[in-house]
Design a protein around this ligand. Structure first.
Ligand SMILES: *Cc1c(COP(=O)(O)O)cnc(C)c1O
Length: 382
């Protein structure tokens, strides 16, 4: 936590005004300032801050009118809060296959959109891998799909210069500890759609105080929305906003630091004939806060051996392939609240997919060593 964030937190604690609508006369709340700054950072007209990334996703669904019984498309390689957000509004996730590049398969998207009749795609940019966003949006538009972007791992990333979160109708972000800014819990919605953000604002629990937002729509937009929209409290508070504002100022510099770490590991793995890394497209300005490697010729037994041997040398890898979900990592077969879905392409990719977060507390030398250890253990198992 940067020193200026700790200082800002202390100032809020001393004021006691933690609730975003509890402002002294002439004062603008930290939460409102944060929204203004995140809107400016992404180029969005509007921004709303909320309690979590998952809450942002569920609120986006409600704000675009998804209701109980609707079907919502989402790529099958994602984290549990994404299908969870869909389930939270009573809708049913329809899972779409992924490619070897870990991004959504556009042919399967077309097939599932037509078969299900779904009108909404919740595109999870899982582990920061952007598909060709131009092609994706062209396909989504042709299919008549409204796109919600799950940018939990792409805060600070862009495609051909357009920030992630600015392609769909709404972009959702997380500021949970393991993402690119850390407020423990937290999230954002960004959009250019005034009605959508007005509904999201009232949903988030604005009461009739929405005019205290400075990155929100004009008061007229709320005229009927404020009376027709339920309050489902999920507001950002000033303490978390205060510690996020300095982190937003550091985000671009941190992206450079993450990518140096990513490249340091990638370099050590590139020559290994058993390891497949995604070739990052030139159009993709990514944030290398984690790295994924595939061992496509390995059996489950061999993948387990690599994980065990790396762990014995202090390198902890996550695997998307095991039958039992572990820690943060689960896959579609564990989400039994939805109908079981047949996803052979995704299962094949996940069966040999290993994953590691790259916290900025790792030095470049740490990363080089980690890359060497993984490469050595992969070769030894092979
Ligand atoms: C973390 C995460 C979320 C949800 O964020 P929370 O703030 O933890 O609710 C959504 N999608 C992905 C891919 C995530 O990793």
């Amino acid at each position: 936590m940067p020193a200026d964030a700790v200082e800002a937190a202390m100032a809020i604690l001393q004021s006691g005004r933690l609730h975003r609508y509890n402002v002294a006369s002439g004062e603008t709340a930290e939460a409102a300032l944060l929204e203004q700054e995140f809107a400016a950072y992404t180029g969005a007209r509007y921004c709303l801050s909320v309690t979590s990334g998952g809450y942002a996703l569920a609120t986006a669904l409600r704000a675009i009118g998804v209701s109980a019984g609707d079907k919502v498309l989402t790529n099958a390689f994602t984290l549990a809060p994404v299908p969870g957000a869909i389930a939270s509004v009573g809708a049913e996730p329809v899972l779409v296959e992924i490619t070897d590049d870990l991004t959504i398969d556009l042919d399967d998207l077309g097939a599932k959109a037509e078969a299900s009749g779904a009108r909404v795609l919740m595109l999870s940019l899982m582990r920061g891998h952007l598909p060709d966003m131009t092609a994706l949006m062209a396909r989504a538009n042709a299919l008549g799909l409204t796109v919600i972007e799950d940018c939990a791992h792409t805060m600070g990333a862009s495609w051909d210069g357009t920030p992630s979160g600015r392609f769909g109708a709404v972009g959702c972000f997380s500021t949970q500890t393991y993402k690119h800014m850390n407020s423990g819990e937290g999230g954002f919605l960004i959009s250019d759609d005034a009605d959508l953000i007005a509904r999201a604002t009232v949903l988030s629990g604005s009461y009739m105080l929405y005019d205290r937002h400075i990155a929100g729509p004009d008061a007229e937009v709320f005229e009927t929305i404020r009376l027709e929209t339920p309050n489902c409290s999920g507001r950002m508070d000033n303490l978390r906003a205060a510690i996020l504002r300095p982190q937003l100022r550091a985000l671009d510099a941190n992206r450079v630091r993450w990518n140096e770490r990513y490249r340091a590991i990638e370099t050590r793995l590139t020559g290994n004939p058993h390891v497949v890394l995604r070739r990052r497209p030139d159009s993709e300005q990514f944030v290398g806060s984690s790295i994924q490697l595939r061992l496509p010729t390995f059996s489950a037994h061999q993948v387990s051996a690599v994980i065990a041997q790396c762990a014995a040398r202090g390198v902890e890898l996550k695997w998307f392939g095991p039958d039992e979900p572990v820690a943060f990592t689960s896959r579609h077969v564990s989400w039994r609240y939805m109908p079981n879905q047949d996803l052979p392409m995704t299962d094949r990719v996940l069966a040999t997919l290993l994953d590691m977060r790259l916290p900025l507390t790792f030095s470049l030398a740490d990363c080089a060593l980690i890359g060497s250890i993984i490469s050595e253990e992969v070769s030894s198992v092979a």
